[in-house]
Design a protein around this ligand. Sequence first.
Ligand code: GTR
Length: 331
Amino acid sequence: MNRRVVLHLSAAAALVAVGLGSPAFAQQKMVLKATDVHPLGYPTVEAVVRMGKKLEAATNGRLSIQMFPSMQLGGEKEMIEQAQVGALQIARISVGPMGPIVPEMNVFNLPFMFRDNAHMEKVIDGPIGAELMKKLSDHPTAGLIGIAWMNAGTRNVYNSKKPIKSVADLKGLKIRMMGNPVFVDTMNSLGGNGVAMGFDQLINAMQTGVVDGAENNEPSYVSGQHYRYAKYYSKTGHLMIPEILVFSKKSWETLSKDDQALIMKLAKEAQMEERKLWYDREKGSLEDMKKAGVEMNDVTDKKPFQAAVKPVWDKYGAAHTALIQRIQDVK
Ligand code: GTR
């Protein structure tokens, strides 16, 4: 036998020894680090914890998930950066900060894009959801693989000064928005002052009066304890932004095809599981808000709000008219 054949045979023998011909590294025990800005028990966190248990059972403990909740690894921006370099494997993030990275995803960040939850769910569960996820995963520099969508309800404005009943009430209010220009422009076109900052900086900003309030869904408002600083919660319903579970591309590429397929399958199950958990949490949060004495009000006429954000649609939607039309056509 010549030297090359010998080398080849011994490499093959080594692979068989560690695990039936699949790459040696894929057979090693691996603890996947996962993170979320929300605390344990929050729907997105719980869905990933449950996914981890299933993964552990399916691989006899070879693969597992260790959850770092409550911004333990930093805010959403830091989470994305750590996933990109492979310092963590799974991050649950909002589509909000993904818009500047994957422009098509920014369409989900347009105010009043979705008619209701059912519309949003049909879009993320269908071909558009799959295409956008692929756009993210194929992105040459994003360094992330999209593995699941998650529900995140509707975002409403809250502040410490007064209830928002009409567009005019927003005038002069400093409202924290997520770090993406589309959101600051949205608040500014409604007459408020949009201030971009991380979720992790918000409590301090409300305490010190850097902002008068923010906007978010009920579960975030409650578990983030924001009601302590901003007791007026007004149902402006201006944004309905799904969330995504991303996997570090760098780590993904070290997994065997079988492990990748298993994680994808469990992530899809997590997408559906989170949805159920979401609606329960939303109900519970509304109860908590009542108990905490939050001053809640409906905004019955949304038309003036929708008219005011027209410039935002012109600015950010113009490049994606076909995609917007397809979303609107989903019935
Ligand atoms: C929450 C969302 C977080 C984060 C946060 C924010 O609803 O779950 O991922 O985006 O809003 O406002 O920054």
